[in-house]
Design a protein around this ligand. Structure first.
Ligand code: NI
Length: 169
């Protein structure tokens, strides 16, 4: 297994729209294992393949307290989303240190494939629901800061670019 580099906002590669996963082969199994290792190491609760510069519809999630409930969503589709929506604070491994409120559906029903290509249905609420919606946005090339005001977004962009420059120096 290996840790994968995570793209940082405003890296333009984060805007890429992912394509469906086609082959459930060894390469995919390695990618899934590496994404889990990368997510756990970074203390994240979700990671989309987009964030590790692989533009395929693959998400890994673990919102459990014990960090022992890995969930793989491949080619996910939202079948139903509750009309009720609430604002919750979100963060993102691609936008380190930034947290802000984003409005999401309270509940979602999602159909996806697992690592072996078997279909499964996830009915999510709370943190898991928020996380799935956040990660599915990544697959569409959308980072959560896009929901914030242009003023806030520009401040975040400036802050991220400064931090990235300082990290290089
Ligand atoms: Ni994210």
């Amino acid at each position: 297994m290996a840790l994968l580099p995570i793209l940082c906002y405003p890296d333009p590669r984060l805007l890429t729209v992912a394509k469906p996963v086609q082959a459930f082969d060894v390469r995919l199994q390695t990618l899934i294992a590496d994404m889990f290792e990368t997510m756990y190491e970074a203390k994240g609760i979700g990671l989309a393949a987009t964030q590790v510069n692989v533009h395929e519809r693959l998400i890994v999630i673990d919102t459990s307290e014990g960090r022992d409930a890995p969930l793989v969503l491949i080619n996910p589709k939202i079948l139903w989303a509750s009309p009720e929506r609430h604002v919750n604070e979100e963060g993102c491994l691609s936008v380190p240190g930034i947290y802000d409120g984003v409005e999401r559906h309270d509940l979602v029903k999602v159909e996806a494939l697992d690592g072996s290509g078997n279909k499964h249905l996830v009915e999510a609420e709370g943190l898991l629901s928020m996380c799935i919606q956040h990660e599915m946005d990544h697959l569409m090339g959308k980072v959560f800061v896009e929901y914030l005001s242009p003023l806030k977004r520009n401040r975040i962009k400036t802050k991220m670019l400064k931090a990235q420059r300082e990290a290089r120096d």
